[in-house]
Design a protein around this ligand. Structure first.
Ligand code: ADP
Length: 217
């Protein structure tokens, strides 16, 4: 069954969230105080309304409490973003996700009840730096402070060897959970699997070992 989402603030961040949810078949209500932004949003939301989300009556009349998840994607108006989150939680919205511009903004959003605070610029900046430091890492997910899953391009020196020969578990304390070749994915590959040119290993382990592995030539 489709979930019901509302996205408040149809700027670049709000639009990309709304669009992805809508394309995945979810019901998405777009809300913005700016009429033009609402008019331009019809191709990627189920419904769109003009409303000021800092106005409790306006939120009530949209029936905002009936939405499972509300994303507050208001850009630079920190005051409006904080007030909106506060009102949404007071009105009983179960899950409120809010975008923070900086650390202090994030702390306040936490205090007024946001269930998940996201820092798009900070997170994207960190990803870009990570990529610059380890060009072989195509993608990564942090699973705790010290552990991650990474997609790593295979170093030249490892081509045509088997996983058993590479012995990444003993050498780097890393587990190979999949091997990707373009769009084909081999889940839980056998130890006799030969690594070919262009293969990407999906590995899990401690960050310091992942970093060592990703810097092998
Ligand atoms: P981005 O950096 O994601 O592009 P913007 O600042 O361009 O962010 O967009 C934020 C959107 O939030 C704008 O379309 C703006 O009209 C909308 N917005 C700001 N304040 C409110 C409010 N109180 N209620 C509803 N929408 C708002």
């Amino acid at each position: 069954m489709a979930n019901q989402y509302a996205v408040i603030g149809l700027g670049r961040f709000g639009i990309s969230i709304a669009q992805k949810l809508f394309e995945s078949g979810q019901e998405v209500l777009g809300v913005d105080v700016n009429e033009e932004r609402v008019e331009d949003s019809h191709s990627f939301v189920t419904h769109a309304v003009i409303a000021d989300s800092t106005d409790a009556e306006a939120l009530k009349s949209i029936g905002i409490r009936n939405f499972d998840t509300v994303v507050v994607a208001i850009g630079n108006d920190i005051q409006a973003s904080i007030l909106t989150v506060l009102l949404l939680k007071e009105l009983g919205v179960k899950r409120v996700i809010a975008k923070a511009l900086n650390k202090l903004h994030g702390q306040v959003l936490d205090k007024v009840g946001a269930d998940w605070v996201v820092f798009p610029e900070r997170d994207m900046g960190m990803r870009v730096a990570h990529q610059l430091l380890s060009p072989k890492v195509l993608n990564f997910i942090e699973i705790s402070k010290n552990y991650s899953v990474e997609e790593v391009k295979i170093p030249e020196s490892m081509i045509e060897k088997t996983l058993r020969e590479l012995d990444l578990r003993a050498r780097f304390n890393l587990s190979v959970i999949a091997i990707r070749h373009e769009d084909e994915i081999n889940i839980s590959p056998s130890p006799d699997k030969i690594i070919n040119h262009g293969d990407v290993l999906v590995v899990i382990g401690e960050n310091r070992y992942l970093e060592k592995f990703a810097n092998i030539e």
